[in-house]
Design a binder for this molecule. Sequence first.
Ligand code: GLY
Length: 360
Amino acid sequence: MAEVNVNLDAHSYTIHITTGGISRVGELMSKLSLGNKILIVTDDNVCPLYAATLSGSLVAAGFKPTVLAVTPGESSKSLTTANTVFTEAIASGLDRKSAIIALGGGVVGDLAGFVAASYLRGVPFIQVPTTLLAQVDSSVGGKTAVNHELGKNLIGAFYQPRMVAIDPQVLDTLNDRELKAGLAEVVKYGVIADSDFFTYLQDNASALLARDPVVLTHVIGKCCQIKANIVAQDERESSLRMILNFGHTIGHAIEAEGGYSEYNHGEGVAIGMHAAALISQHAGLCEQSQVTALKKLLNRLDLPLTAPGYHPKELVRYLVRDKKVLNGKVNWVLMSQIGHVEITHEITEDTIAAVLEQVT
Ligand code: GLY
């Protein structure tokens, strides 16, 4: 079993990465001094696949789990669904030592984490992510939130899980589109922090698409390690953690303009990374060869580079609303070369307009 520690003083925790790990969650949780009542929050897609295995492992370790499955999809990241989870927690008699487990992708993780952060002013939270995107990104680092009708992730808290249990085997049931969405975030880690890892991804692109279990497990561990290092230095995103948003500013705009249905998060991030690389080049921060290397890898992973038919003017409207805006200026995460990024707000509107033309 691989283990990655997220070092945050009193809020430190371990990410356990192991094939077949879902059936070991009860055993791992029995070391965390928790109460015996547990609420598993999942969705209607994941529930029939993995809830019984997870519940079985909890029962075997002496816990009393209840399962609540919500409707799959972004619409469940709402105060209305959070209230359904609160009601289930109260009805099941969860107390301050009772844990809430998120069994699912990013939506379930963000929703269950938000409830865990606020129910009884905070109860233990465990992440069991079942998508690649959740395994390499959203389950680690303690960002929890629900959406508001005026914007995504606007209501939430930084609330670290007590443990993350990643079972790479569950990716066998993930559809190709979701797998590739996760790979976009994987590429991001190479660009922001580790050129050797980027080279590894170039060398193993076919194996990743073929779901080679050894390669996927290595990649998940590497991404968790990179993210853990960043979060340990800047838990609340006051500076360094912003680099995890590489590709996300224009990526979010594209997701939003498509009504969150045309492009999923990873696809938005792929286009957004391409745009961020082009902005970097326009601004004289990086060589064209670096942009070309990123484009080639995204292409090999069958990820989109452009959003044809989208209008730059419409996309610009979303940029100023982005959570990364401070004092009215967008904080751009740009690359100087693969493996190194920097944060700047000194980018002209003309540069943004020119690049948006190139990616639409
Ligand atoms: N997904 C970016 C972060 O966790 O900061």
